[in-house]
Design a protein around this ligand. Structure first.
Ligand code: PMP
Length: 442
């Protein structure tokens, strides 16, 4: 298609120069899909260094929750940074206390919580794992196949969405056992209730064999599985997991690094079921792009952490906390609701597209955490990985930034402030791009 906002062949000349310079000095390990070289952004629009304008439906991997350069977030960052950039988490300041108070009010535990601040998702997960082991004195953790929890050693040990993430880094942390994540589109077990089947597997097979429940400190789960394919577990599963944890004195950790802070149309994905985790991890959308993560735990759990048991230099950075406070205010007031309503509209439009393309196997929300699973055909459900990669590249050339997840799922994670008109523009590009890659394939 011809998009008037795309003025050069991509990558343009300035982008090409940057790519060459980058190659000489930057690690090649980043899993980059297409050559987007950013110049600046505003809301859901971003420009590259050659003046081409794109619609950003990947938000820096679900980070730019309030859109690019939101004046309230920038104002909060400016105000804090003019006071002080750093004091370290060993001392006290208003921004960190206020963020703790805000989290205490918002957290889905339904009871008082304490917060630990860090800089990223993986660190939040490390903190949660350490907290669970420390408080229970138990060594083991259950995580899920398809999970993504980060790439530092503890969280990496729980990550299982792609083999490239762990390959070359063994031995990982001992004590982690992965179990299947119930996937309504791709049932693994016989019977209608995939959630109950997984719960039975944990209780009757794992706990009854070589993973005794009384050695398990925590069950770590994404309430909506992210990198593994944007999968919402079937009704009743998280409730069942909660009951299993209560029965055996295991902590339930919700990794809401990707699903939290309005992304699913509620402040936290936990709120869709009402299931209350013992510990929750946050990062990504929390700081609108400023590097901040949090471990949030029920008060009686985190207050057991002795002085010096866990800490860091940059946690609770005032500028990051100020960005998080502004973000939470915007999401609470407006953007979670916007994600719910615009997300529902977007999902409906994609479902309509699915009726016209046999290669769209499944479209699923919630909110603005939307996955569109591509398959060879609806009947076989065979994952169409190459098609998914080709679609991402083509959408880029047509002016839309997207990411994939799972084996062959396109994910749509625009800023939470987008309008229906933005969705309409994206849909035009998605449909045209799909038609183009399919025509080339035939
Ligand atoms: N947990 C989840 C659910 C994530 O999606 C991610 C990042 N994709 C992480 C943890 C790790 O976050 P970070 O990249 O900030 O370390």
């Amino acid at each position: 298609m011809k998009n008037p906002h795309i003025k050069t062949a991509l990558p343009g000349p300035k982008a090409q120069e940057m790519l060459a310079r980058d190659k000489a000095v930057i690690s090649p390990s980043y899993p980059r899909d297409y050559p987007f070289v950013m110049s600046h952004g505003k809301g859901a629009e971003v420009w590259d260094v050659d003046g081409n304008r794109f619609l950003d439906f990947m938000s820096g991997i679900a980070v730019c929750s309030t859109g690019h350069a939101h004046p309230k977030v920038i104002g909060a960052i400016r105000e804090a940074s003019e006071k002080f950039l750093h004091i370290s988490s060993d001392y006290w300041h208003d921004y960190q206390v206020r963020l703790g108070e805000t989290m205490n009010r918002l957290a889905p535990m339904g009871e008082p919580v304490l917060s630990f601040m860090c800089q990223s998702g993986t660190e939040a997960v490390e903190g949660a794992l350490k907290l669970a082991r420390y408080v229970t004195g138990r060594p083991r953790v259950l995580a899920f196949l398809g999970a993504f929890h980060g790439r530092t050693m503890g969280s990496l040990s729980c990550t299982a969405s792609k083999y490239t993430q762990q390959k070359g880094f063994f031995p990982t942390m001992p004590g982690v056992t992965h179990v299947p994540y119930p996937n309504p589109y791709r049932p693994l077990f016989a019977g209608d209730d995939q959630g109950q089947a997984v719960l039975n597997y944990i209780e009757n097979i794992l706990f009854a064999s070589n993973v005794p429940a009384n050695e398990v400190a925590a069950i770590l789960i994404e309430p909506v599985q992210g990198e593994g394919g944007y999968i919402t577990p079937p009704k009743g599963f998280l409730e069942g997991l909660r009951a299993l944890c209560d029965k055996h004195g295991i902590f339930l950790i919700f990794d809401e690094v990707q699903s939290g802070v309005g992304r699913t149309g509620k402040m936290f994905a936990a709120e869709h079921t009402g299931v209350k985790p013992d510990i929750m991890t946050l990062a990504k959308g929390l700081g609108s792009g400023m590097p901040i993560g949090m471990v949030v735990a029920k008060k009686p759990i985190m207050e057991k952490w002795a002085r010096g048991a866990h800490g860091n230099t940059y946690g609770g950075n005032p500028v990051c906390c100020a960005a998080a406070l502004a973000t939470l205010e915007l999401v609470e007031a407006e953007y979670a609701a916007n994600a719910a309503s615009v997300g529902a509209y977007f999902t409906e439009r994609l479902k309509d597209l699915a009726t016209r393309f046999d290669v769209i196997g499944d479209v699923r929300g919630p909110g603005l955490m939307i996955g569109m699973e591509l398959v060879e055909d609806k009947a076989s459900k065979k994952p169409a990985t190459k098609l998914c990669d080709a679609l991402l590249t083509r959408a880029f050339h047509n002016g839309l930034l997207l990411l994939s997840c799972g084996i062959s799922t396109v994910r749509f994670i625009p800023p939470l402030m987008i309008s229906k008109a933005d969705v309409d523009e994206a849909m035009t590009i998605i449909e045209a791009s799909l038609e183009e890659v399919l025509a080339e394939r035939n």
